[in-house]
Design a protein around this ligand. Sequence first.
Ligand code: C5P
Ligand code: C5P
Ligand code: ZN
Length: 476
Amino acid sequence: MNGKDVKGFFEDCKTAAKEILEHVEKDGFIPIFCHNDPDGVTAGSILAKAVYRAGGDFLLRVIDRIDEKTVNEVRKIPSNFYVFAEIGSGYLDLLKPLSEQTKILVIDHHRPLEVSYPNLTHVNPMLHGIDGAKEISGSGVCYFVAKNMGEENLDQSCLAIVGALGDLQDRTGNRCLESLNKQIVEEAEKRGLVEVTTDLLFYGRETRPIHKAIATTMNPFIPGLSGEEDVCLGFIVNLGIPLKKDDHWRSVADLTHEEKQKIFSELTIYLSKKGFSGEAIFQLIGCVYTFLRENKWTPLRDAREFASILNACLKMGRAGVAVALCLGNRGEALDEAQNLLNEYRKTIGHRISLLFEKPQTIVEFENMYLVRCHGIVEERILSPIATILSSSGGLNPNKPIIALTKTEDGGRIKVSARANQTLVDKGLNLGVIMQNAAQKVGGQGGGHNIAAGATIPANEEENFVKFVSQMIGLQR
Ligand code: C5P
Ligand code: C5P
Ligand code: ZN
């Protein structure tokens, strides 16, 4: 469809809200299935809380993908109504059998299949010409649904901001959220929930010593500095910036304007020498979203750090901790999440070094990079590894990255594909490519134009790669 129809999208959100409320009234119980990533759990949690506030009971289950196995698992939970949050739009055909006995509601922002059938309600901004890769996330869509279920859910705007940043929806907007995401930010600002400032985007800008904040930053990945605390310490000392005030470590937030400028210009020189583009360097500055109701000195006060914590919990297989944080638990849940984050960072750092140590794993083709991660990167962390590789500056940014690894059972291959906005503007759509190429080899795939994925049979790697390469060639 041509043109944006925001009004039509909001109408769909209203319809979904009405359906949920009707089912809360009739059955009292709603099973919600959400995707296993930060945008997915925030999406599911927003709906779960809204159901609870409306007087209903919920079951919130985090799922990796939709396939026949998942559909059978869903069926085991008896209900007249199933809700899918931030997952499902690309797999409406697989969900169809569920709809024969039950109503299903899919609230998502991934590239949708053009399929409709009775008993399906489908809410997706892409059906109204709104870009689900940068204008609104899955949790954002759930926020607009929840808002229609009751004004009390306006406070859930914060989770929608976390979800959008978890999906890197700020990447193409100078590290600031735009469009409908921005509308959500403004609604949160009006209620005194969030404060937006512009600053250097190092991880732990309020909570960590400066050198640690730089070393912990993975997005963008700064080769030579990310993961290297000692090098970062030397970097700051060489600039003549004091690391401590009295006995306390200073944080990035404590730096003066001049000191920040010094760091930024030195990093600019450093990164340009490494071949980074201006666009990549400016990924270091952007909008900081501070949640004013979260305790000072905790990572949940910064929206990006909140998203990173959720991501670590999920990737380390502890979805329950992520859900607990989204539903408002702190204390022990937060302590556990912080431990998981440390463990996760170590794992990622280790896998990235292994990939670069074994250069034959990264193969440059005429129109793409193929990163064969078999035996090096586990399925559950392939996605962040692909994202880091695409922002690390080490590879030509004008070629998409296709990363592959065998699944734990060895029977299938998980694929994560990443591009940049320049390629997307030239017509590249990885979501279409992953969907079509996977289908050709008996697998499943989908996603966004800029970031997509697939699962394919293990013996089809070669054919799949051939199809992907051909399709990339045709799109450009
Ligand atoms: O399933 P979902 O939509 O939540 O996943 C989005 C994925 O796409 C994330 O892994 C995110 O890192 C990636 N992404 C990206 N660049 C963008 C938008 C999304 O790498 N501009
Ligand atoms: O797993 P990864 O983060 O690489 O996925 C990138 C995007 O592609 C996500 O939005 C994800 O939901 C989508 N995807 C999909 N179907 C798959 C794998 C990933 O729609 N089989
Ligand atoms: Zn998402």
